[in-house]
Design a protein around this ligand. Structure first.
Ligand code: MEV
Length: 320
């Protein structure tokens, strides 16, 4: 009996806790993985004579690039597959990839980086190639560059990280967590392209260079203090920093009516702090809840305020 190997790759969503946008200019950021919101890719050598790469949405059965409705499957993943095969000297074997992605697109949850990472890992598994961190980073970053223009790399790392990370200019540190609390991530239901938000900010900073300096100083200060709070177990302080970071991003017109409504509702429901997360102009907010008993209240308030989906991440998952 011949065995037909299937290569499997997995990656997860992430939420940015501190420092989004500033991280694009070399300031630090903190990101939290959403380990249960994931993408799995299964890769088969199809044996088709033409070296064809087929990418299929494992849930809907749609082929990448075959419809004109907003797609979960980015047709540009084809180029990523070719880059992998080129980099690893595999020639041009025909490959079928099935992508099962639960991470909604365009919500600042890192779906593009996670899909790209899972594709690379599935191919490495299929062809028995070592998927060392540097190779994966380079390939996923190249794919992210096509999708987003000038990605900092935080999504590329966080979508494969088992715990919260500090990230700056390509350097990563895993963070030890000293708090016992729950992060609630809520989707505003509004999709937006990270590239649009990054470009909008860049244009603003071109005409207001002093605003850029102020922003980078503020964001770096908040992020550094937040890392201390996170590791030393100061939940209330950490919550205030989230809200402070939100105010800074709101001042740059990255929040929307929908995300404002969510942040306001979460704060009114008693969370320790809340902010938009990721590129902004839609997407998700993240709220910090100190008491597990309050998670249901804050989640209900977010739903009431328009959240289309929520996810919770208990920090105990990362401690010890
Ligand atoms: C996107 O998750 C975070 C941004 O800072 C963009 C980036 O870091 O590449 C907005």
């Amino acid at each position: 009996m011949s065995t037909h190997k299937v290569g499997v790759g997995r990656a997860h969503a992430k939420t940015i806790l501190f420092g989004e946008h500033a991280v694009v200019y070399g300031a630090p950021a903190v990101a939290l993985p959403l380990l249960d919101l994931a993408v799995t890719v299964r890769a088969n050598a199809s044996g088709a004579p033409d070296g064809r790469v087929a990418l299929t949405d494992a849930v809907t059965g749609e082929q990448a690039g075959s419809t004109d409705r907003p797609q979960q499957l980015d047709p540009r993943l084809h180029e990523l597959v070719r880059s992998f095969l080129r980099t690893t000297d595999l020639g041009s074997p025909a490959v079928d990839l099935g992508v099962d992605c639960a991470i909604p697109l365009g919500r600042g949850l890192g779906s593009s980086a996670a899909c790209a990472r899972a594709v690379v890992l599935a191919l490495a598994d299929l062809f028995d190639r070592a998927a060392d961190a540097e190779l994966v980073f380079d390939l996923v970053q190249a794919a992210e560059r096509v999708a987003h223009g000038s990605p900092s790399g935080v999504d590329t790392v966080a979508t494969g990280s088992p715990g919260p990370i500090w990230f700056q200019s390509g350097a990563t540190k895993e963070l030890a967590i000293g708090i016992d609390a729950v992060f609630v991530v809520a989707d505003s239901g509004v999709s937006s392209a990270t590239k649009t938000a990054v470009d909008q900010l860049r244009r603003r900073f071109e005409v207001e260079p002093a605003a850029k300096v102020r922003f980078l100083q503020e964001s770096s200060r908040i992020t550094a203090a937040a890392v201390e709070d996170l590791t030393r177990g100061r939940v209330a302080d950490l919550g205030r920093r989230l809200t402070d970071n939100h105010e800074v991003l709101r001042g740059l017109e990255l929040s929307t009516v929908e995300t404002e409504r969510l942040v306001t509702a979460a704060l009114a429901a008693g969370c320790a702090g809340a902010k938009l997360s990721g590129g902004g102009l839609g997407g998700c907010v993240v709220a910090l809840v100190e008491q597990p008993a309050d998670v249901a209240t804050v989640t209900a308030a977010l739903r009431e305020a328009g959240a289309t989906a929520t996810w919770t991440v208990a920090t105990e998952r990362f401690s010890g």
